[in-house]
Structure formats: C-alpha cells, structure tokens
Design a protein around this ligand. Structure first.
Ligand code: PHE
Ligand code: NA
Length: 512
C-alpha cells in the first residue's frame, strides 16, 4: 500500500507555490529584454493576445487535468491512453533537462552579482567585466575552455537550495518556501520599482519607451516582406514568452494541481495565477525601463544608446546603472539581484518537482531519494553551462526549447484534450468546483489555440531555416538546439518504455 497523495495545506499555499513557479527570472530578465527588442510597449499587444489565446486556456487545461486525474503529467496522459504517455514524459523532461540545467546557472550568475554589488566589482566598464572577467566568454560555442569556478560554486548552491526545499513533502517543503518567499518577493520588487521611479529620467524612460509603442514591429501584415517576417518573429517570441512565463507545457501546473484537495475553485485559481504573473511582469518592467531612462539621463545619451539588448540587460545595463546611482548603490544592487534569486529559486523548485512527481508516480520510488538523485544529476548536467561557452549554449538551448519544446507540448495537449478526451468533460469537471469556464473554451482548445500554435511552429521553423539564429554556425545550432530537443525526446522515450507498477495506473480518486 502506498500512502495517499500529499496535499497542499491551504489553497493560498497552492496559489503562492503556483505563482512562485510562474514568477521567475523570465518575468524580469526575459520579459524586459523581449519587450525592448520587440517594440517596447507594442510588445504588450502580442503578449496579451498570447495570454488570451494560449495562456489562459492552457493553464485551465493543465489545472483541470492534474486535478481530475490526480497525477503527474506521465500518469495523467498514460491514464488517458498509453499512446499519450510519451507526451506526458516529454514535458517534465524538457523542464528538467531542457530548462533547469541552464536556468540554475543564470540564478548562479545572480548569486555572484549579489555579492559583486557590495563592492561594485564591475568597475567602470560592466560590459567588459561581464564578458571578459566574469564569464570569460570563449570565442565560439565549440570552445568550452574550462569551467568558471565562481559560477560553478554558485550553481551548486542553487541546486543545493532546490534540494533542500524539495526534499520534504509538498506541504513542508515547497509550500513553506513559497509562503516565505512570495510575500518577500512582492515587497522587495515594490521597493525597487518605487525607488527607481524617484530617479531622474526614470519616468521619461518609461513614458517614451514602455508606454509608447513601435507599432510597426508587430504588424505581420506589413507590405514589406522583411518587415512582415520580423513582425511574425515578434509574435512567435510573445507566445514563447507566455508559455515560459506561466510555466506551461512542462507538466508543472499538472503536478501542482494534482496535490489540490477535491473541492477547489480551479478556474479562479487559474485566473489569479495568470493575472498575478503577468501583472508582475508589467510592473517589474517599470523598474527596467525606468533604470535605463535614468542611465540615459545621467550619461546624456539616448535611451537606445543606454540599453544593451538581450540577456545582458540584467548583467550589464543594471550594474552600470547601479554604479551611477546617487546613493545606496550597493544596497540597491543587492536588492535587485536578491529579487532575481528569489524569483528564480521558487521557479527552480517547481521544475525539479515536475520531474520528481513523475518519477515517484511511475516507479513508486521514495521522494527523498528521487530528489537527491535529481539534484545530483542536475548539477552535473549544469556543468556544461558553467563553462566559458556557457552563454552561447544557454542562448541557443533557450531559443529552441521555448519556441519548439514548450509550444509543441501545449499544442499536443490541446489536440489530445480537444479531440480525444473532449474538452467538455474537463470543462464540466472544472465547473462543478466553483467559478465557471465559459463554453467558448471548448472552441479554443479544439480549434483556435492549436491552430495558432501550429502556425507559430511553422513560422518559427521558417525563420530558423531562413537565417541562423543570432548568426550562430549551423553545426552549433544543430548540436545545442535541435540536438538538445532530440536528447530530451530520447530520455522521455526511455521512461515511457519502462513498465508501470500495475496498481499505479488505476485511478483511485476519480470524482470527475
Ligand atoms: N515561469 C518562470 C519564469 O518566468 C520560468 C519557468 C519556466 C519556471 C518553466 C518553471 C518552468 O521565469
Ligand atoms: Na513568469
């Protein structure tokens, strides 16, 4: 006999954990550079469309599935049909091996920068510091050039923290951590935003770049084919960002919802999770656009000259701004990186949990052993991203995993629920529990969402075939992008092939 499934202590605890998973580095570090690259405020349009068309429908789907079937994603999909188990494994495998291996390294950078804030270690040239002194970036993705010890140690610390939080059961581990970290995170973020708004030039930066929009960048019907292709890419990025930011297509929300008690207002929880997460991003964007505005003002340059696009935003632009602050520079810097660390950790544990939940469900292994083994495996896998080629590798992996891996997971989930199970069944399950999902959701899951996701996949493929992403060599894109996806597929296939302990697949808790 195995003991019954562990449960959240309270709905609030669940919400904090789910929001903790959703709010992560992606909300601050990824969202802002996406917004900047893709038309400033105009990016909010595809972003909100993606939220409505894919984000909310799929978060409802994942909550509904996890709750109704009471299982991790492999268990849920294997119960629907053995044919679907591969998809069930694909999602947590992508979470663990496709995302967490590099995600933990980026949190590790933040840990380093937290300490660097006290001495303003980046000096007068944060760009050189970041690339040459900190990352010691090699000249190509093929040249690993050894490990960066400070990054490796910090990454090990991140994995240790995840281990420490996940080791206990849901209620005493993840839920307790979420209840401590989430209020703290919101408080610290508010401090940073209001602090930033006091700075000279901050408001102008926000007004002219965040609240105003470059509409051309999102016009995918433009007459000029090049503009059209560029705009299409913006839309792909927006959908990728919505999946990433809401932690969808990983099986995380399925696992988290499987720990909910029988009577739970699922639809309300889904809306709250989505709204708080996206609201947080838009709010945190004020801090980023504000600080760049301040920098532009104090250096007498334009906003566009002050900002460096891409992932460097947090590690080059921010340090520069921190050094320029009139007072309390170190405190501000430490706060900023602490916010990133906390946001990242609560997401990291959810990535580990999705896979843990899958393994304990299928093999009935003890949770503690699984968590320990996974975290050891995790730090080993992360090593490659702590090498001197780390930034290249994580840039490529991130691009392929989010734009293909997650979107594909979302698409297949829609098709299976839409066409095999029938969305109406799931909708009725959700509706019995509290707030009602309108009938149009069925239409979204069956037609609209998968159609849009399919188009996006095709657009992404066409874009990647037309030019090499960020100009990387084809061989490197094949290796770290496509190869990474295939590697995930093989792992998922391996686990699918293992036999189930017969009793594990029977549904003992069904009330749907
Ligand atoms: N949602 C998190 C973020 O925005 C990242 C994340 C992705 C967390 C996938 C869990 C799973 O940063
Ligand atoms: Na997020």
């Amino acid at each position: 006999m195995h003991k019954s499934r562990s449960l959240w202590q309270s709905n609030l605890g669940f919400l904090m954990a789910a929001i903790g998973s959703a709010i992560g580095l992606g909300n601050i570090w990824r969202f802002s550079y996406m917004a900047h690259e893709h038309g400033g405020g105009a990016f909010l349009v595809p972003y909100l469309v993606a939220l409505a068309v894919a984000g909310i429908p799929i978060i409802l789907l994942e909550y509904g599935l996890g709750h109704r079937e009471k299982g991790s994603s492999p268990m849920v999909f294997a119960r629907l049909s053995p044919r679907f188990e591969l998809l069930g494994w694909w999602m947590p495998v992508v979470a663990m091996f496709g995302i967490m291996l590099y995600y933990s390294v980026v949190i590790g950078w933040c840990v380093n920068y937290f300490f660097h804030s006290f001495t303003l270690a980046w000096g007068s040239d944060p760009q050189t510091f970041f690339f040459n002194d900190f990352l010691q970036l090699s000249s190509s993705p093929a040249e690993f050039g050894g490990f960066r010890l400070p990054i490796l140690l910090a990454t090990a610390l991140v994995w240790f923290s995840c281990w420490f939080i996940c080791y206990r059961d849901i209620r005493h581990g993840i839920e307790v951590a979420a209840k401590i970290f989430m209020p703290l995170l919101l408080l610290l973020t508010a401090v940073i935003v209001f602090w930033t708004l006091q700075l000279d030039g901050a408001w102008e930066g926000i007004r002219d770049n965040y609240l105003s929009a470059d509409w051309h960048k999102i016009n995918f019907l433009a007459a000029d084919p090049e503009a059209r292709a560029a705009a299409a890419r913006v839309w792909v990025a927006a959908f990728g960002q919505i999946f990433f930011t809401l932690s969808l297509g990983f099986g995380i929300m399925i696992a988290y919802a499987s720990y909910l008690p029988a009577k739970t207002n699922l639809a309300r929880n889904a809306l709250i999770t989505a709204a708080v997460n996206c609201g947080y991003s838009v709010f945190a964007g004020l801090a980023v656009f504000g600080i760049v505005g301040f920098m532009a003002f104090s250096q007498g340059v334009t906003f566009d000259e002050a900002i460096v696009g891409g992932p460097q935003l947090a590690f080059v632009v921010y340090p520069q701004a921190i050094s320029l602050l009139p007072d309390f520079n170190s405190l501000f810097g430490a706060l900023f990186f602490l916010v990133l660390i906390i946001a990242g950790l609560t997401s990291g544990v959810s990535l580990v949990e999705a896979f843990t939940c899958a393994l304990t469900d299928k093999f009935n292994w003890r949770r503690k052993k699984v968590v320990t083994a996974l975290c050891l495996l995790g730090i080993t896998g992360s090593l490659i991203f702590t090498s001197r080629a780390g930034l290249y590798l994580l840039d490529i992996t991130d691009h392929f995993i989010t734009n293909y891996g997650l979107v594909l997971g979302g698409l297949l989930q829609c098709l299976i629920i839409g066409w095999y199970v029938g969305p109406e069944k799931l909708r009725q399950h959700i509706n019995k529990l509290g707030s009602k999902v309108p009938q149009i959701w069925n239409f979204f899951i069956r037609y609209l969402t998968p159609l849009v996701l399919l188009i996006l996949l095709l657009v992404a493929i066409r874009g990647d075939l037309a030019d090499n992403y960020e100009g990387y060599a084809t061989i490197h894109l094949l290796l770290y992008g496509v190869g990474w996806l295939i590697f995930c597929l093989l792992i998922a296939y391996f686990f699918t092939r293992q036999p189930w302990l017969a009793a594990r697949l029977k549904h003992k808790h069904r009330y749907g």
